[in-house]
Design a protein around this ligand. Structure first.
Ligand code: PMT
Length: 402
């Protein structure tokens, strides 16, 4: 997928699915960035959103049929395929994916997808059982082997009332993906990147634990962004309910000690280590085998210090390019620079936490990034956009470090 230059000509394919309404927002945001957008809808898509909506937002008549004489006379489907500098299909339904995998040309969108030489990005959307079906997964493999790229799907509540993987990526995530360079040309091509994400849970007894509010979203977004830049990514994830970004190798852990072991076992040969996890600093001295009964007015729980994974990685020789995160509530720069020096990091990304709308749990974040002798601000935006910028900074700094 070529990274998005200014003012590109984009064909946005819309296939049949309830997520089609999100594509209206995608058109608006693409137009805001100066792109020309030609919407092509399947017949099924027109049952969910009217062509008029897309026409109003894109400023161009929507194309729906191979057999529309007037439209074909203005720009035939082959010319349209050549006009496109990129094709995005959002939502890409199970049916559309199957027809693409078979190389069918039974409507305008599938014909155009065969006829175009432009890079193609699909944003799948379907029920979680359909997404998990071996037939769908096999079709995705076929398309991947042909160089088609994917963004999402995400995990969450679905229109059918179920919860799981299959939800179309949000417009901001699709835009962030379009802004990243192609994996084959990415700034981290050939690099191996190890990332920690999410909270750790420190068990007290079989039913209780000490945890924190990290959702894993920031770290998962960093993993997806590093992957989009061509890196080979391993993600060590604490207990979170997020889908694994496509192409990322994931190791699930629960506690800080398990996270430390997983990191140390995977560290050899890594070029970059990014610690986005909110690791518990302390754990209970002992984990009880059975549930502790209520007794007395107070409960004194003795805690012991957990291993500092980031500091341990930074102390190794040889070591990867080491990036830490800092969650600060005040004096962000002073505390972050102190951590940068104390833990001997190459870079630190500080977020101000404790205010609504960014940091822990939220969909958005803002980062102040520091390194020795410099720094940069990443303003408040969707975590996928913030992650793409952070990864670009890392690639740039690594280049300068030789
Ligand atoms: O997961 P989200 O809901 O998306 O929220 C994202 C986030 C706020 C959790 C993330 O952006 C973030 O700031 N992560 C680091 C949180 C944190 O634990 O900061 P800290 O200042 O306590 O730790 C500093 C650094 O040391 C971090 O890189 C941390 O991963 C690392 N660390 C800390 C303790 C420890 N025992 N081992 C570590 O590796």
């Amino acid at each position: 997928m070529a990274s998005m230059a200014a003012a590109e000509r984009i064909v946005l394919g819309v296939s049949g699915g309830i997520a089609a309404y999100k594509s209206a927002e995608l058109v608006r945001r693409l137009r805001e960035r100066g792109h020309e957008v030609q919407v092509v809808m399947t017949e099924a898509a027109t049952r969910f959103v009217t062509p008029l909506t897309f026409q109003a937002l894109s400023g161009r008549p929507v194309r729906c049929s191979l057999w529309d004489d007037a439209a074909e006379a203005a720009m035939g489907h082959i010319e349209l395929a050549r006009w496109a500098q990129r094709v995005v299909v959002a939502p890409a339904s199970a049916d559309l994916i199957a027809r693409m995998a078979q190389g069918r040309a039974d409507d305008l969108l599938t014909t155009l997808l065969l006829a175009t030489a432009a890079p193609v990005l699909l944003a799948p959307a379907m029920n979680r059982q359909m997404w998990a079906h071996p037939a769908v997964q096999a079709n995705l493999e076929v398309l991947r082997s042909r160089g088609i790229e994917f963004v999402g799907p995400g995990r969450g509540g679905q229109a059918c009332g179920e919860f799981g993987e299959g939800r179309m990526s949000e417009p901001a995530e699709i835009l962030a993906r379009l802004a990243a360079p192609p994996a084959a040309e990415g700034r981290l091509r050939g690099r191996r990147v190890l990332i920690t994400a999410g909270p750790t849970f420190e068990d007290i007894d079989p039913v209780r634990f000490i945890g924190n509010r990290s959702s894993g979203r920031m770290g998962f977004a960093v993993a997806e962004a590093a992957c989009a830049e061509g890196a080979e990514v391993t993600l060590v994830a604490g207990p979170v309910s997020l889908p694994t970004p496509a192409g990322v190798r994931r190791i699930d852990v629960r506690s800080a000690c398990q996270m430390r072991d997983a990191v140390m076992q995977t560290l050899d040969g890594q070029d970059v280590f990014i610690a986005a996890a909110a690791v518990a600093d302390y754990r209970p001295r002992e984990v009880l085998d059975s549930k502790r009964k209520k007794s007395g007015q107070t409960w004194n729980l003795e805690l012991v210090l957990n291993p500092d994974i980031l500091a341990e990685v930074a102390a190794r020789t040889p070591r990867p390019f080491v990036v830490g995160f800092a969650a600060e509530t005040e004096e962000v720069e002073r505390h972050a620079r102190d951590k940068l020096a104390r833990k001997r990091l190459d870079m630190i990304a500080a977020n101000r936490v404790g205010q609504p709308g960014c940091g822990f749990e939220a969909g958005e974040n803002a980062l102040s990034v520091y390194w020795h002798g410099g720094g940069a601000e990443i303003p408040l935006a969707d975590k996928s956009e913030v992650a793409a910028r952070l990864v670009a900074l890392i690639a740039e700094r690594m280049g300068q470090a030789g």
